[in-house]
Structure formats: structure tokens, C-alpha cells
Design a protein around this ligand. Structure first.
Ligand code: NAD
Length: 595
């Protein structure tokens, strides 16, 4: 029988292939065996590509990693508007290994395909069409087949190489492009820590003029990356982040959130909940605070949601409520007022009388023990901590704090809310600093002590920062103190019982009103919220020394039962502090060091 064409679609609704089963990656420990497995897949994909009739892949929902590599073997692709395509491999310390490097370069050119693989970001269907991954976009899944049949009748659309694509084949021109890519990638990642994007750039530099050779070379270049400790650590971080969300019940979409305190934190927490689809009422003592928070929120909605109907809907979900009328209907109430025990005690005693008995009563306190806040309450079991980090929109971790009285149902509801707003919940016990501030305290104050002892010179500050960055921290401890705010750091230190020593530079700067980035001056001078300096090369041994107290404290938190397990401590510290993901967390890093 003569076949006219082949249409390939997923039997699942709302998904094509979301990528490989990452658990299987841990099963490989031998480069040869891995290369053999890759060769088999390459053979199968090559056969699909060379089928003698028109082949069309239908993409609805996620088409990621190996799924996209498969889709690129077809002559054409039809996608629904809700399709999401991308190569997330680099986030796991690897690059596409089923021929995706060469095939995406052949289709889109390196100038477009390489950034997609280097950033790992997802493309919606229209963006994917612009770079040639998708040929046609349809509004609903039922229209895909019809388009595919038309394509088979008329033949797959022919693609012409663009001028840039033709130019890329010329080695000196490609070299020029590659140098730029290397510079841009180096600004974001250290090749010592994250070799995958740089190995991909090398592959393109050598073989970008011949995509078939690029595909072939993948087979040898891929295994060392996949078998590296960096890739294993990044997979570990991925699994742990999934574990943090595991078991959380789905939050009722009708859940009402009430936020009290419309300052830096409360305003942003309310905005983020409304942005995530929940009805939010926002209360403060002053109407100026609420107005300011709404303005900030509207800006955030416009930036992130882009389309006017979605922006308007989010605006409508966030309601100014100076009188606290939302309290009686709220399912979750989050308090983010000033950090004063007497104020919080009074507030929760009042709330208890007005709120539903099933409502989660949450505090965003960073330092006050929940048991103390609950002293004025008749029934302290409703009180839980939902501790967000600043800036709320950017930081993925939220600590869920339980006191010895907290009802587990409240903890579970709080987890559900946090997962529903696309953050990662970490359950911790109520104790000074919880996990994240507790581990950061000794790290920052250890560095400040060295800085004091060394005469507080800008050169020494930069040397300390560079050492921590070389170790793999997103920024050094002195820059972190300036970013968080010197006053906030001093308050955290007080909670933790850490001393900054007599006559410290920290105390002096605070006295002078220099609080760091927010006032334009701290240990560094900031211009428009930015530091203009370049770090010297960092000393790894010094970096390890600086990090030591952080690792010791993470271990203490596990030993004291503040977090449930060493794995969750690692996940929490990575998400709460940006600790070197390629080392898989502080406790994993220590294990690796000792191995
Ligand atoms: P903020 O000073 O910016 O805002 C506090 C707001 O609460 C003000 O608008 C004030 O008018 C209002 N307020 C005070 N008492 C009130 C009351 N009784 N009823 C209603 N509104 C009242 O403070 P912030 O930095 O947003 O901190 C709020 C809470 O979040 C604190 O508990 C703090 O420890 C915690 N926190 C802060 C950060 C941070 O980096 N700023 C991070 C995590 C947690």
C-alpha cells in the first residue's frame, strides 16, 4: 500500500512529550554505554526524518527536550496556541543529545537556535513559529489534523535559508557570532561550574557549518556532561524541588486571601496572590500604604501579563480594604505589619474573634517566635508562619513555620496556597531565623568580621565577595549585606544572638544612616541601585572558608529538627539563598568534598 503521509500526535490531551524521564538519567554511569544508547535513538530519529512521504507532528501542550528533538525530525509541525516548546536540557547540566543541536540549527540557524538551547527557555507556539520550529499555529487541537492532511496533500512547506543562516556556514563569520555568545554566557555562568552551555558553543563553533556533523558529534560530547557531578547535582535540585511541592492538595480556586500590612512585603504578597488568580483584599492602617501597594501591583501586572484583559482581571482581583471587611470571608489571612511583638499579639487576638474558624491565620514575621505571637490567642492552633522573602516576585522559596501548637491542617493549607501561587514551600519549626536567615547569619557576619579585622578596605570587601562567587554563590556576602539592608542584617543578627563586635563598621554605618543599596551607600556605594565594580579573580580556598559556617549551620538545623531532612535543607538553602545549585546544596557539597 502506498502511504501518502504520516501524522504523529500524542494520545494524551494537552501534552505532546514533556521530555525524558529524568530519573532514568541516574541509571547511567558509563560513557560508552550512554553513547550506544544515544546512537540507537539517533538511528531511529534519522529513519523518521528520511521517510519517503510527508510527515507532520501535531503539538498540543508541552513539547520539551527529547519531545522537541523528536518533533524536529518531521517534515512539518502544526501546534496549538497553548503549545510550549523548548530545550530545558542546559538547566540539568547537559545539552540536547538526540540530534536536537544539529536539527535545531539546521532549521532556525544558530543565531536563533543557540540562544534557545543556551537559556533553556520555553517558546509559545507563535514564538516557535517565528524561529521555524512550528509551521502552522491553530487555535484548538481539533483543527490540527485537518491542517496536517492539507499539508500532506500539498507537500510540506519548503523552507529557504535566510541570509544569516547562509552566512553562519562561513567559519570566520560563525567565529564572530560564537565569541559574542561566549561573552554573553560567561556573564551569566562560570564555565568551571556549568560546563554544558560552553560545550554546546564549542560544538556549534566546530560543526555549525554542517548540522549533520554537529548531530553526530553530540554522541561523543554528551556523555561526559551527563555523567558529571554538576549534572547529577542539578538533577538532585530538580527532584528536591518536586519533593517540596509533593502531596500538596490542590487549592480551591475560590480561595479568598486577606493581607494585613501593605508595606514592602504585604503589598507584594497581595499582588503576587492576585497575579496568581486569587481574590485578595488588602488592609493597612494608612490608605497611602494601600494606594502605593496597588500602584506597584498594577505595574507588575502590566509587565508580566502584557494583555489588557488579563491585566484588568488581575487588577479587579486585588481590592483595597482599609476597614478589613474581607477578614470574615477570608480563607487565608496573612499578616505583614511591623515587626513588633505587641502589635502582632494584639492583631491576632482580634483576628481570631473575626475570622472563620477554618481560616489559616498566618504571620510573615522573620524573627518573632510563633508561640509568643500566639500568647494572646484563645486557640493558637490556627496560627502558622508563611514567610516570604524579599523581593516576593523573584524569590521562589516560602518557609511555612509551625509552632508547637499549629494544627497540621493549617500547615497543609498553607502549603497548598504556596504551591498554587507557584512558589516552593519548606516546612520549618518556629525557631530563631528559621532555616534561611539562620544559615545566612553566621555566613554574613563571619565575612563582616574578616572585613573589620582587615581594616574595612574596598579591596578586601571585593576580595571576600569574589571568593564567595568563585565558590558558586550568586553574590558575595558583603554585597548581600548591602542588598538586604544593614539594619535588617543587624536585626537578624540580634535574633540569632550573633554579635558584630564592639565599634563594628556595620554599627557605624547604621548610625550614619548608610543602610546599603536602599540608601545608596553601605559597605559599597550604589548608583541607581547598581554597583559599578568588577570583581578580582576569586580565591576558591577562601570561598570555602567563608561558606563553612553556612554549611555547619545547615547541618545544625537538620540535627535540631528545624527541617525534616538534609535533602530538604539543601533545597531550602538553594532556593532561599541561591547557594551553588551545581553543588546540589550545602550538605551535598560537603559530602562531595569529603568523597
Ligand atoms: P513595612 O514597614 O514596609 O510595612 C509594614 C506595614 O504595616 C506599613 O504599611 C504599616 O502602615 C502597616 N501596619 C503597621 N501596623 C499595622 C496594623 N496594626 N494594622 C494594619 N497595618 C499596619 O514592613 P515590611 O518590610 O513589609 O515587613 C512586614 C513584615 O514582614 C515584618 O514582620 C517583617 O519582619 C517581615 N519580613 C520582612 C522582610 C523584608 O525584607 N522587608 C522579609 C521577610 C519578612
Amino acid at each position: 500500500m502506498d502511504l501518502a503521509g504520516l501524522v504523529f500526535a500524542s494520545g494524551k490531551s494537552g501534552g505532546f512529550i514533556a521530555g525524558a524521564d529524568i530519573k532514568e538519567f541516574d541509571g547511567f554511569d558509563d560513557a560508552e554505554r550512554l553513547s550506544d544508547s544515544l546512537r540507537q535513538v539517533h538511528g531511529m530519529f534519522d529513519r523518521i526524518e528520511s521517510l519517503p512521504y510527508t510527515t507532520v507532528a501535531l503539538i498540543d501542550g508541552f513539547c520539551l527536550g527529547g519531545g522537541l528533538e523528536l518533533a524536529l525530525c518531521f517534515d512539518a509541525r502544526v501546534a496549538t496556541e497553548r503549545a510550549k516548546l523548548g530545550f530545558p536540557e542546559v538547566k540539568l547540566g547537559i545539552f540536547p543529545g538526540f540530534g536536537g543541536t544539529g536539527r535545531s540549527v539546521a532549521l532556525s540557524g544558530g543565531v536563533q537556535a543557540m540562544p534557545a538551547m543556551l537559556t533553556g527557555k520555553n517558546y509559545n507556539a507563535r514564538a516557535a513559529r517565528r524561529i521555524g520550529w512550528v509551521d502552522q499555529v491553530v487555535s484548538t487541537p481539533d483543527r490540527m489534523r485537518w491542517r496536517a492532511i492539507k499539508m500532506i496533500q500539498r507537500g510540506a512547506p519548503k523552507r529557504k535559508l535566510s541570509l544569516i543562516q547562509r552566512a553562519e556556514k562561513i567559519t570566520p563569520i560563525r567565529r564572530f557570532i560564537v565569541n559574542k555568545m561566549r561573552q554573553q554566557t560567561q556573564a551569566k555562568a562560570n564555565p568551571e561550574h556549568y560546563p554544558a552551555p560552553f560545550a554546546l558553543i564549542d560544538l556549534y563553533e566546530e560543526h555549525g557549518g554542517n548540522p549533520k556533523a554537529m548531530r553526530q558529534a553530540e554522541i561523543d560530547r554528551f556523555p561526559p556532561l551527563m555523567l558529571s557531578t554538576a549534572a547529577a547535582s542539578l538533577r538532585r535540585v530538580f527532584f528536591l524541588s518536586e519533593e517540596m511541592k509533593a502531596g500538596a492538595a490542590k487549592l480551591d480556586p475560590m480561595t479568598r486571601v486577606h493581607v494585613i500590612g501593605a508595606g514592602v512585603m504585604g503589598g507584594d504578597i497581595a499582588a503576587w496572590c492576585a497575579f496568581s488568580g486569587y481574590q485578595v483584599t488588602l488592609q493597612d492602617m494608612t490608605s497611602d500604604a494601600v494606594e502605593g501597594a496597588l500602584k506597584r501591583a498594577h505595574k507588575m501586572f502590566a509587565k508580566r501579563l502584557k494583555k489588557q484583559p488579563a491585566i484588568n482581571n488581575a487588577k479587579a482581583r486585588l481590592i483595597a480594604d482599609p476597614q478589613g471587611q474581607g477578614i470574615a470571608q477570608a480563607d487565608v489571612i496573612i499578616e505583614a505589619v511591623v515587626e513588633r511583638l505587641d502589635v502582632k499579639q494584639r492583631l491576632f487576638a482580634d483576628l481570631e474573634a473575626q475570622a472563620k474558624s477554618t481560616a489559616v491565620l498566618a504571620t510573615n514575621t522573620s524573627s518573632i517566635e510563633l508561640e509568643q505571637i500566639a500568647e494572646g490567642m484563645g486557640d493558637p492552633s490556627q496560627l502558622v508562619g508563611i514567610h516570604f522573602f524579599n523581593p516576593v516576585a523573584q524569590l521562589p522559596l516560602v518557609e511555612i513555620v509551625q509552632s508547637k501548637h499549629t494544627d497540621q491542617a493549617m500547615v497543609q493549607k498553607a502549603r497548598s496556597l504556596v504551591v498554587a501561587i507557584r512558589k516552593f514551600p519548606l516546612v520549618v519549626k518556629s525557631s530563631p531565623g528559621f532555616l534561611v536567615n539562620r544559615v545566612l547569619g553566621p555566613y554574613m557576619f563571619g565575612a563582616l568580621k574578616r572585613l573589620d579585622e582587615g581594616g574595612n578596605t574596598p579591596e578586601l570587601a571585593a576580595e571576600l565577595d569574589a571568593a564567595a562567587v568563585r565558590f558558586g554563590m550568586p553574590m558575595g556576602p558583603i554585597e548581600l549585606v548591602d542588598t538586604v539592608g544593614l539594619d535588617v542584617c543587624a536585626a537578624v543578627a540580634k535574633t540569632l544572638g550573633l554579635s558584630d563586635g564592639e565599634g563594628s563598621h556595620l554599627a557605624k554605618l547604621i548610625d550614619q544612616g548608610h543602610l546599603g543599596r536602599k540608601t545608596g551607600k553601605g559597605f559599597y556605594t550604589w548608583t541607581d541601585g547598581k554597583l559599578s565594580r568588577s570583581l578580582p579573580p576569586g580565591d576558591l580556598a577562601l570561598g570555602r572558608e567563608l561558606i563553612g559556617p553556612l554549611v555547619d549551620t545547615a547541618q545544625a538545623c537538620v540535627d535540631e529538627g528545624i527541617v525534616e531532612s538534609a535533602d530538604l535543607a539543601d533545597a531550602g538553602v538553594i532556593m532561599g539563598t541561591g547557594f551553588a545549585p551545581f553543588l546540589g546544596g550545602p550538605l551535598n557539597a560537603r559530602r562531595l568534598e569529603q568523597a
